[in-house]
Structures are given as C-alpha cells and as structure tokens.
Design a protein around this ligand. Structure first.
Ligand SMILES: Nc1ncnc2c1ncn2[C@@H]1O[C@H](COP(=O)(O)OP(=O)(O)OP(=O)(O)O)[C@@H](O)[C@H]1O
Ligand SMILES: [Mg+2]
Length: 269
C-alpha cells in the first residue's frame, strides 16, 4: 500500500501564479498541520494552488469531490467482496491519514452533515480516525493534513458547514487574480498572445460586474483559458467566446446579449 500512496505524488512543478501571500500563509498552516478551508468562486485556481502546494511539500495529494449522496464509507472505506472473501479497502481519507498525504475534499458543503462529522476527531488535537466497521483506530500520520474547498454563495443555509466543523479550520479566500496576472495565466495556459489574453480578461471583468445582477457568478479564469485555446486553434474570437464563455454561463437571452456586447466592445463587431 505504501507504494500506492506514491502514485499520488505530483512529479512536475505545476504552473501556479501566486495572487497574494497565500503560498506563505498556507505553508505556515501546514507546519502546524492546521486543517484548511479554501474558499472562492469556481475556476479561480483553488485546485491548481493545492497541486502546487503538494508538489512544493513533496506530499501525496488525494482529492475527493463531495456530493450529497456520499456516505461516511466513501470517505473512510468499506469491506468489499472478492475471491478471498471480504477485504477491507481504505477510503481516500483513511489512506491520507494512514500514510501522511494531504486529503483535499472538493465542494465539501455538498456532503451531508452526518458525513462531515467523521472528520471532527481528525481535525482537532486528537488527530484520530475511528474505523468502526473494522474495529481500528487510526492515529493520523504526522504529515497528514486535511484541506476542504467550497464556493461561498452558491449553497443554501441548509448546505452550510456546521459551526463545529468550521471552527476546526483555518481559511484562505481566493479571488480572480488582478488583470495583469490573469492575462499571464491565460497566455501560459492557452497559448494566445498578450493582446488577446488582455481582451479576454477585460470581457471577464465586465461580466463579473453582473454578478448578483443576472449572473450567479462572473466568467472564470478557467473559461478564459478555454476561449483562448479555441482562438489559438483558429476559431474566431466571437465564436470562441460564445462557445466557451457566454453560452455556458447563462440561459438568459438578455444576459447573453449583454455579454455579447462586451465581446464586441473588445474584439470589434
Ligand atoms: N493562480 C493561478 N496560477 C495558474 N493557473 C491558474 C491560476 N488560477 C487559475 N488558473 C488556471 O485556471 C484553471 C482553473 O482553476 P482551478 O481548476 O484551480 O479552479 P478551482 O478554483 O479549483 O475551481 P472549482 O471550484 O470549480 O473546482 C486551472 O486549470 C489553471 O489553468
Ligand atoms: Mg477545483
């Protein structure tokens, strides 16, 4: 199993542009093995940040996307039937706690609260994980850290984390980067030149002004990279922005028209 955990190591340095003091702050939190919450809108770089940190620390990174059908067994593991009878399989959380990985639970508010309480004894000074079904108590490996992410604003009150969960964590807020940094990211990731990247970032910044006024969320860095890659491939800017940015983000025809207006303002009619 020790060999398996190495499969979760990130070999090459992930491209990550810091947007503030987040790298130093996270490293300080890791030194204390403080559980961390990464908050921020979709496509703003939380997952990329985590990959970069795991690479910098040379620790395996085990990621799990949470959903409301998830049970505690999906986190800690279960007995499965095979040719030799029933065999225990560690879940992602158990694997990380046992062998000292960083466990990254994406969209943690999607999980039901009775599932999230599993992490309580792991995220206070006890750092233990009881595997009731197996009759085993795991003392987390000294390198183990739990990190969770969520997009504040999307979930209803019923889908918030309990205070008793929140208060076990430190948190970092993520935002879309400044225009110059975001342009660099779009150039690097999609291969378009500075000029086109700057225009895409300009359109995104206009769209972010519509947040809460017709758009649930503005156009993300991820969408700009998609559009840039299409343009790089020879698709016209208007078609690329339609396909990768303005059509996926809303079904409201008026808002789409407003977004198309931003595209025309930057790329011409
Ligand atoms: N600071 C950054 N440095 C380098 N690349 C970035 C940065 N921010 C965003 N990106 C790029 O944007 C893409 C989307 O970011 P990422 O997948 O990390 O978003 P996320 O915040 O995890 O979104 P979600 O909440 O939807 O999971 C990345 O694949 C990467 O190409
Ligand atoms: Mg992510």
């Amino acid at each position: 199993m020790i060999e398996n955990i190495n499969a979760y190591l990130i070999k090459d340095e992930p491209y990550y542009q810091p947007t503030g003091g987040e790298v130093d702050l996270f490293m300080a939190a890791y030194r204390l093995r403080m559980p961390m919450i990464l908050k921020g809108p979709t496509g703003c770089g939380k997952t990329r940040f985590m990959e970069y940190i795991a690479w910098k620390l040379q620790k395996p990174l085990i990621t799990l996307a949470c959903n409301e059908d998830m049970t505690a067994s999906d986190l800690v593991g279960r007995f499965l039937l095979d040719a030799d009878g029933t065999v225990w399989h560690d879940g992602p959380l158990t694997l990380a706690a046992r062998y000292g990985a960083i466990c990254y639970l994406d969209e943690v508010v999607e999980a039901r609260q009775d599932t999230t309480v599993i992490i309580h004894p792991l995220t206070d000074d006890r750092r233990i994980l009881p595997l009731d079904k197996r009759g085993e108590l795991i003392h987390a490996h000294p390198d183990f850290q739990l990190v969770v992410s969520y997009n504040p604003g999307y979930q209803s009150v019923t889908k918030d984390l309990k205070q008793s969960t929140k208060q076990r964590f430190g948190a970092l807020d993520f935002h879309y980067p400044d225009a110059a940094v975001e342009s660099n990211i779009v150039c690097h990731e999609s291969g378009v030149g500075d000029d086109i990247a700057a225009k895409l970032v300009g359109i995104a910044s206009c769209s972010r002004g519509l947040r809460g006024r017709g758009l649930e969320e503005g156009i993300s860095t991820r969408m700009l990279i998609h559009a840039g890659a299409l343009i790089r491939d020879g698709i016209s800017p208007h078609a690329a922005c339609g396909l990768a940015m303005t059509r996926p983000i809303t079904d409201d025809v008026d808002i789409q028209r407003a977004l198309d207006g931003f595209v025309t303002a930057y790329f011409g009619p």
